[in-house]
Design a protein around this ligand. Structure first.
Ligand code: 5GP
Ligand code: MN
Length: 356
């Protein structure tokens, strides 16, 4: 996927040229692709001489901090400074929404985005983008990541001349990092264009080993201790081939788990031959956050949107189980498990009926 529509590129180039203050927004619980694409675009726009802010709903994992080092007050987190974060959006004359298909995905930033009359540009690879709310839309689902889509958009921008070497070095590094995390280090959603991007970025001088060391060789020991307990005692596999693990608050507390430290766990049970879909539920005060992964032919996106108030991609999706709505207000892991088993059972019964 390297065919970026040239009218959209021209419209983006002129929007950037005409803007003074630009804000970059991405989805809640930002992952590597969210932070990688945001940081990548930030450094490009800074070099264009713009005043740029990245506005986030909440904090991001420590393992991604190398991508935002030196950004200082240009990166704003609603959870830490709500007024300044909303002011950045309200005071912008151009907003980029990255790696999110609707304003809802930015949670507390939604109203400021809806209320802002400035031009908005979407760059995203999720299913079902809310295209009507954006002025310029770059939406491509047959691609590894938003970072990859942004890479090809930036190559098309004036002055870059299609050459990775003409991107700012930190943009190149951030985009490689974002693509790497969203593909789970080249395991999922990899296309010929993905390898081409990686190859060009390496030729342009990105130190992939350094990126991999930051992403995958810098965890705290407790992540692995928790992983051990989950796989040994917590993992359940239903008769329909649904694997699920539930991390309630007590378990997360026992291992002192921080944001992002359970990233990737949900993929592990897919390695079992009989497993068709894997879910991981993580308890928060008012809900369980849900991650869903599936094997080819099973739609994680459909399951997430039908039963878990969410969505995402065909084989990787997410959502939530809301306490007091989907499950009782006082519900814990047992109720979340019962809900997960009954709804995934219903999901597979429907899928099997559709196949007949
Ligand atoms: P993860 O399980 O890694 O949090 O998310 C997997 C994919 O599903 C990501 O692309 C993410 O953006 C998307 N996703 C996660 N949670 C939600 C949600 O609540 N709603 C929607 N629409 N997408 C989600
Ligand atoms: Mn992504």
């Amino acid at each position: 996927m390297t065919n970026i529509p040239s009218p959209s590129v021209a419209a983006m180039a002129s929007s950037v040229k005409g803007a003074e203050r630009i804000t970059i927004v991405t989805h809640t619980h930002p992952d590597g692709d969210a932070i990688g694409s945001a940081a990548g675009l930030y450094h490009y726009l800074r070099r264009e001489g713009k005043k740029v802010s990245i506005a986030l709903n909440d904090r991001y994992p420590e393992s991604l901090a190398f991508l935002t080092s030196g950004l200082g007050d240009d990166i704003l987190v609603y959870e830490d400074s709500p007024a300044r974060t909303l002011d950045a959006i309200r005071g912008s004359d151009l907003v980029f929404c990255l790696d999110m298909n609707s304003f809802v995905r930015a949670e507390s930033l939604e109203d400021a985005l809806t209320g802002s009359g400035c031009r908005k540009i979407l760059i995203d690879h999720h299913l079902h983008p809310d295209t009507g709310i954006f002025d310029i839309v770059f939406s491509e689902t047959e691609i590894s990541s938003t970072s990859e889509l942004l890479y090809y958009i930036l190559l098309s921008m004036p002055g870059i001349e299609g050459k990775a070497a003409n991107l700012p070095a930190r943009t190149a590094e951030a985009l490689l990092a974002g693509m790497t995390t969203d593909t789970n280090n080249f395991a999922n959603s990899v296309y010929p264009s993905t390898f081409r991007m990686a190859s060009e970025l390496l030729s342009a001088g990105v130190d992939r080993n350094a990126v991999l060391a930051r992403l995958y060789l810098s965890y705290r020991e407790n992540r692995f201790r928790l992983q051990g307990e989950l796989l040994k005692d917590n993992l359940r596999i239903t008769s329909r081939g649904v694997a699920y693990m539930i991390i309630d608050k007590a378990l997360a507390c026992r291992y002192d788990i921080r944001e992002g430290e359970t990233e990737g766990f949900v993929n592990l049970p897919l390695g079992i031959e009989s497993v068709r879909m894997s879910l991981m539920l993580k308890e928060e005060d008012d809900k369980f956050r849900v991650s869903i992964r599936s094997k080819a032919g099973i739609s994680a996106n459909r399951c997430a949107s039908l039963y878990f108030n969410g969505g995402g991609h065909e084989l990787a999706a997410g959502g939530r189980l809301v306490k007091g709505k989907d499950i009782p207000a006082e519900a814990g892991a047992a109720e979340a498990a019962a809900y997960t088993e009954s709804r995934t059972d219903e999901f597979f019964r429907q899928e099997e009926n559709m196949d007949i």
